[in-house]
Ligand binder design. Structure first.
Ligand code: MN
Length: 416
């Protein structure tokens, strides 16, 4: 088989950084969608791909084994480096071996096969909404717009071990394979992806169009797509124009601090991505801003002189005024902040921020539910509970509590 490749990754319209990564090193191809505060998402997605590539080059184990090792590498890093604690990533990889494509997959990135004009999804999303669809709780259409559609049930780097989906596909001449992150599938309906996949012969044109359309639809997430075209050796593919990817290795974009949420939705993703508990203060800017403004108005070392006392007095007045204004502002700010956290071992709705300032708690408990916080924390999606799951408003907090209640009920039922 002769393979032509198109590859594109894009930051999208909303995010401040690109936490997606791709690997295009024949015969190995993959996409990864990282998540985690600070630089965590970026570190996780590129570490996953680097690990798989290295193990492949050393011919160690199967593709699924290599992905499982990547899980371990990310997990170990997140345990040893506090700045990336809690990071994780999806990974969907394809290894081409003659007419056979080996696939390994964890998370909600996807692999699709276009054959005879029809697009078929080869991977299964490891998401809460997919599970709800399988269990008949919601329809596939409802899943597409469900507020919790970004909550993953499986990701690399979250636990010591991970279950990796694997499978083989026999490819034929004329087949086209797509690997992509949810920044594409979350924005562009499958029928439209199929249309674009059918609309151009050059795979690079296809991925460029996919990214363009996802951005046009809102681009709320990072978008990454890899397209592989299969042709006979010496066939049209062999003479095809410029199949060479622009960057033939792991690609990371703008290493800026990315927002810690992996979706547009405030509830979704937040549990997975919350910074570690002790770190929660850094998420809210207002209190730290008012705290850090204090040193700025500290009296400057007074020069010896007659007006020294007066100057100190003025400065003290200014300091106190700013302090009082700061506290009033802080109070007003805290009253508008909602989050779900823990109170007396129970899941609770709180107002304020999950932090304290100079020994004062910056939150008040509004409702303490009967749900066990310890049990909720054992569920993958709610492991960020101790650090607080911030929401836009009271309704958002209610929705999170409802979801935790449902998940706990589901977890208590024996596996079917
Ligand atoms: Mn994504």
């Amino acid at each position: 088989m002769n393979i032509r490749v198109g590859v594109a990754t894009d930051i999208g319209q909303v995010r401040e950084g690109n936490e997606d990564a791709y690997l295009v090193v024949a015969p190995l191809y993959a996409v990864a969608d990282g998540m985690g505060g600070h630089r965590g998402g970026e570190v996780a997605s590129s570490l996953a791909l680097e690990t798989v590539q290295q193990l492949f080059e050393r011919r160690e184990g199967t593709l699924a084994d290599q992905v499982a090792e990547a899980n371990r590498a990310i997990y170990d890093r997140s345990q040893s480096d506090r700045s990336v604690s809690g990071m994780g990533t999806t990974l969907t990889a394809a290894l081409i071996d003659g007419n056979e494509v080996h696939l390994a997959h964890v998370g909600d990135s996807r692999a699709y096969l276009l054959r005879d004009g029809r697009l078929t999804q080869l991977t299964e999303d490891h998401t809460l909404v997919h599970r709800m669809v399988v269990e008949g709780e919601i329809t596939p259409e409802e899943a597409e717009t469900h507020p919790h559609r970004s909550i993953l049930t499986r990701a690399l780097g979250v636990d010591e071990s991970v279950q990796v989906d694997e499978g083989d596909v026999q490819v034929e001449t004329g087949d086209r394979l797509l690997l992509c992150t949810d920044g594409l599938t979350g924005m562009v309906p499958e029928e439209q992806i199929q249309e674009i996949m059918l609309g151009a012969t050059d795979p690079q044109r296809v991925v460029d169009r996919l990214v363009k359309v996802a951005n046009h639809a809102g681009g709320i997430d990072n978008i990454t797509a890899v397209v592989l075209d299969f042709a006979e050796n010496g066939g049209p593919g062999a003479t095809g124009k410029s199949p060479i990817p622009r960057q033939p290795t792991v690609e990371r974009s703008v290493p800026e601090a990315a927002p810690s949420q992996r979706s547009d939705n405030t509830i979704v993703g937040a549990p997975i991505l919350e910074p570690p508990p002790g770190d929660s203060a850094s998420r809210s800017e207002a209190p730290s801003a008012s705290a850090s403004s204090l040193p700025a108005v500290r009296p400057t070392p007074a020069r010896p002189g007659s007006n020294r006392g007066r100057k100190v007095g003025i400065w003290a007045g200014v300091t106190i005024s700013i302090l009082v204004l700061g506290l009033v502002g802080l109070r007003l700010f805290l009253d508008t902040q909602w989050y779900v956290g823990v109170s007396n071992g129970h899941v609770a709705i709180l107002r304020g921020i999950p932090s304290e300032l100079a020994g004062f708690e910056l939150h008040t408990v509004v409702i303490e539910t009967s749900l066990s916080a310890a049990k909720a924390e054992t569920l993958f999606a709610w492991r960020g509970l101790p650090g607080g799951i911030t929401t836009d408003d009271r309704e958002g907090a209610n929705a999170v509590v409802e979801q935790i209640r449902k998940d706990l009920e589901r977890a208590e039922q024996p596996a079917s």
